[in-house]
Design a protein around this ligand. Structure first.
Ligand code: SAH
Ligand code: SF4
Length: 362
């Protein structure tokens, strides 16, 4: 299945917002303005390839058309309301949305490669007990423009050129599979070579384990890579920290992941948050290795990022090394996510207006 934008409706308010519109929608917009249809491609180019943020930048259009757009069509990307740089080089950005809601994204440069962590919802409905975003509940889904707009805003703010390789991870605020339609509409703009031109394999969606969502995602081509937040190795404990496990337990998850069609060389990332004394036992290591061996995977261990009132603690260094040893000894590829942006609460699960993470290697 390829993503098709729903039939456009221009009646969305007196001044529609062009930011986030796909080509069909832009064509309808241009037609409604009485302009020739090739203008739609010019608008698309300016919005997504050039990442222009004001109509006056659209020098590919006539002065008259620019003036008309200025009057009749909004161009509102999410604006950066606050940027907090961390000592490790990453920057946590807060985005102010049109209704006053805020989400966060994190810009993480690693040498030549930059990773952007993105939010998919304002808050999250999943209620994982160790996650600061989970504690705030769900406010609403982000629109395609608000999802792609976080990328536009961060690339512009950090001066990235149009063809620089960036990785995107949907590991900020929200459960992306709860907002899959909008996420895939944004994905189309982000991956289109005529748009932002980011390769699909550089985009990773992380889910807490909504099996029906995983099955839906499997049908899209192209689609983002999949990461699953496993976080516990027994149903009893996983259900106690991740309510989603009561709907789809570990066996249901393993079956869904086994059935997920992978490309040559593609692997599913298993994220595993280490909570001291609860999910970081050596038995957990063995069970995690057994789960990971059931399909092509790699494991990313995430030492818990403390936040106020969570009641959990990060594991000791020695234990992290022991767990890596168990996994590697069973032939499982394992990496440890060293939290970036921790000094500014930009690390995984610490984003509360606040979104999330940091990635070393996923
Ligand atoms: N909702 C999606 C994506 C956002 S959360 C999901 O749960 O997968 C991104 C990652 O941060 C998840 O793997 C989650 O388990 C992890 N996480 C949440 N809170 C955390 C915390 N306090 N410390 C470390 N990782 C955390
Ligand atoms: Fe939501 Fe992910 Fe946090 Fe769970 S870990 S509450 S799914 S953002």
């Amino acid at each position: 299945m390829t993503f098709h934008e729903p039939a456009p409706e221009l009646a969305a308010g007196p001044r529609p917002n062009a930011a986030g519109m796909g080509l069909p929608h832009l064509r309808a917009l241009v037609a409604a303005l009485g302009e020739r249809s090739f203008r739609a491609a010019q608008l698309y180019h300016g919005l997504y390839r050039m990442r222009w943020t004001a109509w006056e930048q659209f020098t590919n259009l006539s002065r008259d058309l620019r003036a008309r757009l200025e009057r009749e069509v909004r161009l509102e990307w999410p604006g950066i309301s606050e940027s907090v740089p961390s000592e490790d080089g990453s920057t946590k950005h807060a985005f102010l949305l049109e209704d006053g809601a805020q989400v966060e994204g994190v810009h993480m440069p690693y040498g030549k490669r930059t990773t952007l962590c993105l939010s998919s919802q304002v808050g999250c409905a999943m209620g994982c007990t160790f996650c600061a975003t989970g504690l705030m509940g769900i406010k609403r889904n982000l629109t395609p423009g608000e999802i792609a707009g976080q990328v536009v805003a961060m690339l512009n703010a950090h001066g990235h050129g149009p063809d620089e390789a960036v990785n995107l991870v949907f590991m900020g605020m929200g459960e992306p599979l709860h907002n899959l339609d909008n996420l895939m509409a944004a994905f189309a703009l982000l991956t289109d070579p005529e748009g932002l031109g980011i390769a699909p394999r550089r985009i990773t969606l992380s889910t807490s384990g909504l099996v029906t969502g995983i099955q839906r995602l499997a049908a899209f081509k192209p689609r983002p890579r999949l990461a699953l937040s496993l976080n516990a190795t027994t149903d009893a404990y996983r259900s106690s920290i991740m309510p989603v496990n009561r709907a789809w337990n570990l066996e249901a998850l393993a079956e869904a992941l086994k059935a997920f069609p992978l490309e040559h060389g593609e692997r599913i990332t298993l994220e595993y948050v280490l909570l001291k004394g609860v999910t970081d036992t050596l038995e957990d290591g063995e069970r995690l290795a057994a789960f990971a061996a059931r399909f092509p995977s790699k494991v990313n261990l995430i030492p818990f990022n403390p936040h106020e009132g969570s009641g959990f603690e990060p594991p000791g260094e020695e234990r992290i090394v022991e767990l890596c040893g168990i996994l590697a000894g069973r032939g499982i590829t394992v990496s440890v996510r060293r939290s970036r942006g921790q000094d500014v609460a930009g690390a995984c699960g610490q984003l509360v207006r606040r979104a999330s993470p940091d990635y070393e290697d996923i």
